[in-house]
Design a protein around this ligand. Structure first.
Ligand SMILES: *Cc1c(COP(=O)(O)O)cnc(C)c1O
Length: 383
């Protein structure tokens, strides 16, 4: 798409997608293509020097001692819980307003997810609800830094300490985020990141990362990701096969150098949405995201609460404007977790969030004209 596709502010008719990966690729292709080709020529496809180099770079950016490249964010969660020996009889307190993998990592190990409700203002785990959900079997608290804003670290820290539980951060949407001066990926005993292509730092396929400040846990994850092996064909325990590909490491290292600029662009887009929505007088119909003082929100998504959400979404779609719902069915109501015994009404704020939230298009290359069109279309709906 050329710049000419959006001739005049507000006047365009081009579709507004939810993400524009092609625009991102155009920014980095010249730098990334030779690096990827280098990996192909080296034939070092699994882990290898490109992954080691990325691991070091991303650990430095996050400010954490250890970063381990794995096959996906889902596996990063699974490996983090495996490294803590979570298993049958253990409970993990987490959110039901998140991507499926947050909870499936728990059940895959035979442990039980205990869902705590989220707060109405920020969609993040409510520390009071977490405190009430903690019991004698609680081994881990698993907060999700949903949409790119960190969970309430100090409160969760205090609960984990008094319960003798570990913390695993689901930081899949939150690379670069921080709260009260502490970065996502540095607060928990372990943290899981995803580089799924549409994440703020996206691979050319599936990839993920585990971070930890603990030498022993880092060594454990390194061996669990290669079938529990430290020396070839000697298996100390049963792990899984979950390693980052060399091509992903090479590409991600190139993209990492752009991450801070891209994050600033996302935050600027978010602030501009706030302003446009307020000046269109939409406050009564659309609630804009809450960013806490001391919170560095990286706006993986810009999520509003909207009156008559589904009708608004259809109205936008009819005008070529994409929007998404993350997530329409909370995890406690998923068919596959029916045997856990949760009922509609058990998590009122989670269920309300699933019914009211709407993610508007946000990505670094989103233009002013595109943003104007989105907000004008919302205003037309409520007029
Ligand atoms: C993307 C995501 C995951 C899973 O990551 P994959 O790389 O897709 O496996 C886990 N949790 C959350 C909150 C996510 O957004």
């Amino acid at each position: 798409m050329s710049g000419a596709a959006f001739p005049a502010a507000g006047g365009g008719t081009e579709p507004v997608p939810s993400v524009d990966l092609a625009a991102e690729w155009r920014e980095i292709a010249a730098e990334a293509e030779p690096r990827v080709l280098e990996v192909l020529r080296s034939q070092q496809f699994v882990l290898g020097p490109a992954v080691a180099s990325f691991e070091q770079a991303v650990a430095g950016r996050i400010g954490v001692a250890h970063a381990m490249g794995v096959a996906s964010g889902s596996d990063a969660l699974l490996l983090s819980l495996m490294a803590l020996d979570v298993g049958p009889g253990d409970e993990v307190v987490t959110s039901a307003f998140t991507f499926f993998a947050t909870a499936s990592a728990i059940t895959r190990l035979g442990a039980t997810p205990v869902f705590a409700d989220v707060r109405r203002d920020d969609f993040l785990l409510d520390p009071e609800a977490v405190r009430a959900a903690v019991g004698p079997r609680t081994r881990v608290l698993l907060p999700v830094h949903l949409y790119g804003q960190c969970a309430d670290f100090p409160a969760l820290d205090a609960i984990a300490r008094s319960a003798g539980a570990a913390i695993v951060e689901d930081a899949a949407q939150a690379i670069g985020a921080a709260r009260d001066g502490r970065a996502a990926g540095t607060v928990g005993d372990l943290a899981a990141f995803s580089f799924y292509p549409t994440k703020n730092l996206g691979a050319a396929g599936d990839a993920g990362l585990v971070t930890t400040g603990d030498d022993r846990l880092a060594a454990r994850v390194r061996r669990l990701r290669v079938h529990g092996s430290e020396k070839r064909y000697e298996h100390l325990e049963v792990g899984i096969n979950s390693r980052m590909d060399g091509i992903q490491g090479a590409l991600l290292e190139v993209k990492l150098r752009r991450l801070d600029a891209w994050t600033r662009a996302r935050a600027a887009r978010a602030a501009r949405y706030d302003g446009l929505i307020a000046s269109a007088g939409l406050d009564g119909h659309v609630a804009t995201p809450v960013v806490h003082p001391g919170s560095l929100h990286v706006f993986h998504q810009y999520v509003v609460r909207a009156e008559r959400r589904d009708d608004l979404r259809a109205h936008l779609a009819a005008r070529g404007i994409s929007s998404e719902v993350y997530y329409p069915i909370p995890l406690h109501l998923q068919e596959c977790f029916a045997d856990l015994g949760w009922r509609r009404g058990d998590l009122p704020e989670t269920e309300r969030a699933a019914a009211e939230s709407l993610a508007l298009p946000i990505y670094p290359q989103l233009s002013d004209a595109q943003q104007d069109r989105v907000v004008e279309a919302i205003a037309a709906f409520y007029r």
